[in-house]
Design a protein. Structure first.
Length: 301
């Protein structure tokens, strides 16, 4: 990696740390949204840097769908223990049991949209005024509309036409009672930036990101992991493939790619040649042209 790019990563790091410190300065009860994916791991690592030698001043909030990769949950618990941080868990299964949401039925059923209610309940119940996330503008066209400080109304909803200007990195976190903000410190990072930084800093990530053998089925042009939650047709044969995942979500909707990239260096090389977005294998984003934006307007992260 050349010196110019190292300087560029340093600039991205500095920008993210500035945003994290602004959150700490402007909000009373912020949290880090933690999914166990590479972006939320990166965000947590940057928060460690931002406030060192003190501990990370934010609890971690995980919206648990109940359909997670076991590897993700194990990684989350190990990280929480090493950080000595507080973990807040919002359970989609509890939302279902309480009648707050209704589970989808059928082959393509997912708990993805059900997370909205669980997340908004967790924000309200814990009096959270800012939820910090690892969303990046290059991921999806709806996320490209977000600001660093993204306002949510008292219903937890997002209006892309009613976002505040951010001139000269001046962030305005003022809000009325019941409203909150989402903050996106790594907005300007790309997938390539994330992997180069993870490789440079040697940040630990779940084994799911590395190529490994796994039982999968072919669906929607992706390799979907076989699991107890997956509803299969008779025509969908389970096969063993060496795959890795570019992005992590529910085990039922996260598609893998065939790959030989089993080291960080190989992942960087592979990503550099990619011509499709990392969310291209997420079946929840394929439901409609505006699937992500529709969910975000309702309160999705």
């Amino acid at each position: 990696m050349d010196k110019h790019y190292l300087n560029y990563l340093d600039e991205l790091e500095s920008e993210a740390i500035y945003a994290l410190r602004e959150v700490a300065a402007q909000f009373t009860n912020p949290v880090i949204m933690f999914s166990g994916g590479k972006d939320s791991i990166l965000l947590t690592y940057l928060a460690e840097k931002a406030f060192y030698p003190a501990k990370v001043p934010f609890p971690l909030l995980h919206v648990d769908t109940g359909h997670n990769f076991p590897e993700t949950i194990q990684f989350r618990d190990d990280l929480i223990k090493s950080l000595g941080a507080k973990l807040i868990v919002g359970s989609v299964q509890d939302s279902i049991d309480e009648g707050r949401v209704q589970e989808e039925k059928g082959k393509f059923a997912t708990r993805n949209s059900l997370q909205i209610t669980t997340l908004l309940d967790a924000i309200e119940n814990n009096k959270i005024d800012c939820a910090i996330g690892g969303g990046r503008r290059d991921e999806e066209k709806a996320r490209a509309k977000e600001r660093f400080f993204s306002h949510r109304d008292d219903f937890g909803q997002w209006d892309p036409k009613n976002q505040r200007a951010e001139l000269w990195n001046i962030f305005n976190g003022k809000h009325f009672e019941g409203e909150h903000f989402r903050a996106f410190p790594i907005s300007n990072w790309t997938e390539m930036d994330v992997w180069n930084y993870i490789a440079r800093e040697n940040i630990s990530i779940p084994s799911l990101y590395f190529a490994h053998d796994r039982d999968v089925i072919r669906r929607n042009d992706s390799w979907i992991p076989d699991s107890e939650y997956l509803i299969k047709n008779e025509s969908e044969a389970v096969v063993r493939k060496k795959i890795r995942f570019r992005t992590l979500g529910d085990i039922t909707i996260t598609g893998g790619i065939e790959s030989e990239a089993d080291t960080l260096e190989k992942i960087v090389e592979e990503v550099s040649a990619m011509r499709s977005t990392e969310r291209g294998n997420r079946s929840d984003d394929k439901r409609s042209e505006t699937a992500m934006e529709d969910r975000k307007k309702q309160g999705y992260f």
